[in-house]
Structure formats: C-alpha cells, structure tokens
Design a protein around this ligand. Structure first.
Ligand code: ADP
Ligand code: MG
Length: 318
C-alpha cells in the first residue's frame, strides 16, 4: 500500500468502530466481529455509480449519506438492526474537500444508526461506491418478501413519488418551480431509512420490501414471491403537497407508482388492532389489499381502473 492510500484511510475512515462487538475494525487484513448468540446476521450490499444512482452534480456529503442510506433501507425492510459496514471506494483522484464531505455524510448517518465502519477498500478509478452492511435479527424473525396472504392490507411509510419528481425536474423532463425542486431534491439526495419502522414491524408484518425501483415493481416482488396479487387505491397513496399538486395538474399517477428512489417501506399485514395503533405512530398509510389473482391492479376511488402501462426502474431493460 502506498503512503497516501494509508494516510487517506487513516485520516477519513478509521476510528469509527465504536461498538463493543467489534473485536478488530479498520487496520488489519479483515475485521473480526462478535455475532450474539440467538441472532442471525443479515447482509446487504449496494453499489452507487455516478449518473446512475445519483446525478453528477450531487454534493460529496449527500453521496456519502446516500451510499449508506440505501443499504440501511434494505436492512429496515428485513426488520434488522444495523451493526457493521464496509466501504469500497473507487475515486478518480485524491480530493481532500470531496473526501471530507463524503466521509462526513457517511459517518454522521452511521453514527445516527449505531453502525461501525469496520473495513473497506480504497482504489483509484471512475467514482464508484460499494457499501456492505451487516445487521442482526433474533433467530427466525427477519421479515421476508414471501409471506403475504389474501386479505392482508398493504401499507407504505412516508410519501411516494417525491424523489422521482425531483429527478424528472433535474433531468429537464419536467419544468418545476426552483423552490419546489429544491424541496423535492432533499428527498432524492437524503432518503430517510425506515429502520425504526422495520424493527417495529417484526412479528407483525407478513412481508416487507423497500421501494427503490418504484411501488409497482417492488410490491410486485412481494406478490410474486408470495403467490398473490394486490389491489391498490390511487387516492389512498400518501403524497407530499408538491407531488399531490403535480398529479392533480397532470393526471400522471406513474410518478408515485413507478418512479424509484423513495426508499420507503412497503409491507403487508393482516388487519388487527395491534397493528392499527402502531401504524399511526409510525406514519404508515394503508394503500390497498392483497388479493388472490396474480396481478397488481390500480383503482380510483370511484372503482375505475388505472392502467399504468409501465414497470419500475430496471438497469438492463431495453
Ligand atoms: P488489504 O490490502 O489487506 O486488503 P488495505 O490496504 O486495502 O488492506 O486496507 C487496510 C485496512 O483499511 C483494512 O482494514 C481495510 O478494511 C481498511 N480500509 C481500506 N479502505 C477503507 C475504506 N474506504 N473505509 C474503511 N476502511 C477501509
Ligand atoms: Mg486493498
């Protein structure tokens, strides 16, 4: 390893492993971690590429934040408690200001969720960030995609469509008021990982996924794996004021149905009192129900069918 690579790791990425279960963190050939008895390790990895997962002009701090947030969102969807991260970073050149911003965005979010940065790799190359995140669940309690049954209700956290609307504005596919775009952009650059909701849903949700590629696509993973379908009521979709206004003007529900990057949780649960009160405190909205037919249908409240005609984001779609 060259001195500057060592210096860079030492300066920006070591000393952030403040958990009792970290035996060895950054600085050896590999990390050593204690997995508590009675818990299962839940592992996820995500790569972020400039221009694909974030617009080229995104600030270093927001790139750092988002590169961990998307993995936290995966653990939230499993009902796992985040614990340890590794960070594999390819950067075109040593850029102190960029590294300062990036590490700050990453490490502040890590601290918020008690995540220790225990290792990684640092190389030169076109900007690319890969995070592996490890979390814990009590044995057998991970929330899977394949547990939805007919009659379960379908819920989402937060609001849908804001990130997609921001991206459409940034890419000049839509002409948005700059004040509105700035507000929406916060949701694109800094999605809130729904860890608290994921933990609370253990033992209550029958299936769960995070909405990264669009509601129809991601709910479709739940229905496919579970061998069921779903009926969604469009007017029940939770929307921010800005997205609601956009849909009222355009009639384009697809911004909430197929645009990705919201990182909200979509989950199913049998209706009961216990879940009702929890859902209010978590800010969840019921958007429909699980059916027996193997497809997802979207209805207006007057019973008319809405044909989306689109699916969610797919890197390899032609
Ligand atoms: P090796 O060559 O043995 O793979 P490295 O020289 O790549 O080790 O890394 C030295 C130490 O620094 C290791 O503990 C590694 O996990 C850690 N590390 C390297 N890059 C990063 C990074 N971007 N963030 C956190 N830890 C890192
Ligand atoms: Mg190395």
């Amino acid at each position: 390893m060259s001195f500057s690579e060592f210096d860079l790791i030492e300066r920006f990425f070591s000393g952030h492993a403040n958990r009792d279960d970290v035996v060895i963190g950054v600085g050896d050939d590999a990390a050593v971690l204690n997995v508590p008895t009675g818990q299962q390790l839940v592992v996820t990895t995500d790569t972020l590429i400039e221009g694909v997962h974030f617009p080229i002009e995104t600030s270093a701090e927001h790139i750092g934040y988002k590169s961990l947030a998307v993995s936290l969102s995966d653990l939230a969807a499993m009902g796992a408690e985040p614990a340890w991260a590794t960070l594999s970073l390819a950067i075109p050149a040593y850029d102190e200001a960029w590294l300062t911003g990036f590490s700050h965005g990453f490490l502040e979010l890590a601290k918020t969720h008690n995540v220790a940065l225990v290792g990684g790799d640092t190389v030169s190359g076109p900007l690319s960030i890969t995070v592996q995140l490890h979390g814990l669940v009590p044995d057998g309690q991970a929330i899977r995609r394949d547990g939805a049954s007919k009659g379960d209700l379908v819920y989402v956290t937060g609001t849908l469509g804001d990130a997609g609307l921001a991206l459409a504005g940034l890419q000049n596919r839509l002409n948005l008021d700059p004040v509105i775009l700035k507000r929406l952009r916060q949701r694109l650059d800094c999605p809130t990982p729904r860890i608290e909701a994921g933990l609370a849903l253990r033992g209550l949700a029958s299936a769960c996924i995070d909405v990264s590629d669009g509601l129809l696509s991601d709910l479709g993973h739940i229905t496919n794996k579970s061998g069921v379908g779903a009926d969604i009521i469009l007017e029940q979709l939770p929307l921010s004021v800005d997205t609601e206004q956009y849909i009222a003007n355009s009639g384009d529900w697809n911004i909430a149905l197929v645009a990705g990057d919201d990182y909200e949780l979509c989950f199913t649960a049998p209706a009961n009192n216990k879940i009702e009160s929890l859902l209010k405190s978590l800010g969840c909205t019921c958007i429909g129900k699980i059916t027996q037919q193997a497809k997802i249908r979207c209805f207006h409240t007057d019973g008319s069918l809405y044909e989306s005609g689109k699916t969610g984001f797919d890197h390899f779609a032609v």
